[in-house]
Design a protein around this ligand. Sequence first.
Ligand SMILES: [Zn+2]
Length: 494
Amino acid sequence: MRKLLVALLATALTLAGTSVPAQAAPAPGGAGLGDEYFPDYGNSGYDVSHYDIRLRYYPESDRLTGTTTILATATQDLSSFNLDFVLDVASIRVNNRPATFATQGDHELVVTPARAVLAGQSLTVVVQYSGVPSNKVAAGFTAWTRTPDGALAVGEPEIAWWWFPSNDHPSDKATFDVSVMVPDGVEVISNGVMPRDPVQEILGWKRWSWRSLHQQTTYLTYLAIGQYDVKTDIAPNGQPVYNAYSQLLTPDFRSAAEASVERTAEIVDWESGLFGPYAFEAQGGVVTPPDTLGYALETQTRPIYSSAFFRRGSNTSVIVHENAHQWFGDTVSVDQWKEIWLNEGFASYVEWLWSEEQGEGTAQEIFDYLYQTEPAGFWTVAPAEPGPPEIFGNAVYDRGAMTLHQLRLTIGDEDFFTLLRTWVAEHKYGNGDTAQFIALAEKVSGQQLDELFQAWLYTPAKPAVDGGVTSLARTAAPKSWAKIQQTHALLQER
Ligand SMILES: [Zn+2]
């Protein structure tokens, strides 16, 4: 495409018989970012650096009103550009002038500034809006969850559309300020740190403010609004820990949840030893009201958990998984949704490492058990090309983890952990893809690894193992397996 355009421009110049550079007219930005699985997620033509999301929420009616200010830079000459959003927009200003806007499809908002924006120019976009998010359907569903005492803005990949206008794709990360005014007695939890205590702005209402200091994706930005008990602490690395438990949890769920989530700082410390320094400014976890959220999500700095994870008592496996994502998924994010094994395969493998650490079964025992017990259908999905319906399927999690175990056996522990630390350091606050990971694995190990990755990541068939199946231990399920399996069954419910 690019070559064709250059050829056409050259022809135009020749025909015009002049050396004055051709000035292409500003063009509309695209309604997607080239994601192979979700072509209309995100938008092209600009790059966001910061979101300032300032809202008011009425728990009784689920009504949300507010203003989001987006700071961005145009990456092409723009006559118009798109945002991803589904609530009702009252007004939009671009660079201090009123802009016109129109909805398109089920989640696109086309914004036409009063004046075209040139490539490299700053964009300040102010969107005023309101709506009842639980009434809005897009992509066939509603990602916003209403709870008995408030709401949850949590989802992957879709959630941002229901509460702030954005360039909704993990390849455009930004910093965030999120503040929500709610009735007195209601808590608001989000990412990062609280730059100030809740402030009474009008009688009976308080504004809660949260700030993410580091690059964050739109889908890892969240809200939990409701009645929460909050426990604060200081982590071994000196960072603030902020854990929140729904007041609607029954005592048995509450104690099992606390016995798990209160170990977050210990687990983050253990993971820091394996993968390098924790890249964010705060830690913690949020446990949601019963029967609301069905899964857990690695929301940046402070994962959120369904209470169902604690149904059978404490569960550190899920805490390990979601916090492993702080390195694999949050610090280094996917470039394309098809690369999701870089998040889920890695976080699952860290659960195996934790099992080994806790003396509940080694990573090798878990591998051997899975290799011998996964049903035939499991092997028909290639983890690095799962197809859109399988992005949260078993192959992405378990076969992704098995791939990492085979890689570890092939290159040895020293190179394996050097590779993981280097991967995070090189892509910190940015994105990465599988081709880059394979190239780095080959560089760190000095080995040619195409065959291994081809068999484990890209072939929809069961790979052979060195020494054959008879070399594998014929173990019963390792002690940790029931918990890991329960964790994964819930994680895949999203
Ligand atoms: Zn995960």
